[in-house]
Design a protein around this ligand. Sequence first.
Ligand SMILES: C[S@@+](CC[C@H](N)C(=O)[O-])C[C@H]1O[C@@H](n2cnc3c(N)ncnc32)[C@H](O)[C@@H]1O
Length: 348
Amino acid sequence: MAGHGRYNEHSAPQRVAGDIGAQLLANAAAAIPVDGGRGLVIADYGSSQGRNSLDPMRAAIQHLDGRLESSAPISVVHTDLPENDFAALFTTLRDHPGSYMRVRPNVFGFGAGVSFYEQIFPAGWISLGWSSIAVHWISRVPVNIRAHIFSPLAAPEERAAFAEQSAADWRAFLTHRAQELVAGGRLVVVGSGADDTGRSGAEGLLELANRVLRDMVGQEILSPAEYEGMAVPTYYRTEDEFTAPLHDGPLADLLDLESCSSTALSDPLWAEYERTGDLTRYAAGASEFLRAFSEPALFGSFAATWSQEAATKMADEFYGRVTAAIMASPREAACAWRLVVLSIVRRG
Ligand SMILES: C[S@@+](CC[C@H](N)C(=O)[O-])C[C@H]1O[C@@H](n2cnc3c(N)ncnc32)[C@H](O)[C@@H]1O
């Protein structure tokens, strides 16, 4: 995600998604086994800079507060990739007025820079797990997407490679969480998912972005090879793809799927535009939203080959053009992200 706290500032749609799962997390907090005097650990898998984790963590801690003695510590560990902007995360925990650190005494916030496709915690350490809008990021780009940057719009054989990588990653994610959770512990996942045809709900925005990139190739601002090497490393699972490993096989013996539901998220940026009619603000907001999650994936390799300054200049050029394209075609950029929300229990 874009650093220097930029993701925190431009991730309102993700925050709405998290709020949808927060009630499920609160229910899970009310259901996990506790020993009133002993502390417990909550894990937040794929936290980014933490702003969007505050409300769900607060909801969980409020539900635990009545079940634990006030001297029992509640530890929250936010996990993300090592290159995550953990400085912004810790500043948010300390300074944000809505920080869960203020709910009760004996709440402690930590960070862990380890991929969630690996084991992060010792076995049986975690009582409650949370992951919101993170597990659609797959561990690697399995093949170049030649004519696009977004896997739902890739060619069928390219999409199949992404689907295979995604299935392996999701099994790895669940396998490690099964190790880390205590018996009776719960995991709530708010996944950025797909409808039955594999559409994420953001195809309009990503189609627009891809068109802008192809224009830049046509104008020789980007080379064809640079463009072909660009891809957002995400895959959007259908409900069936999310639940398949929990229906049978070794994971089904360890994890019980308590609930799974899907919904489409209304776009808060579009709703604000409809209310205010402020097209300039809408276009800038939608472009910044795109930039906050896609810039490192699309322009990160430029920093390695050229310089950070050159990569940022190229990114400024691209997202500036995206803003102009949204001004010209505002409806196209409106998203209706599909969410798949799962509640999973570690069997005893
Ligand atoms: C869109 S952000 C979501 C952040 C936050 N949970 C929210 O609701 O806004 C996705 C986060 O997942 C992280 N992520 C992607 N792949 C990961 C991995 N393999 N292990 C840990 N975190 C990962 C990204 O670095 C990013 O911070």
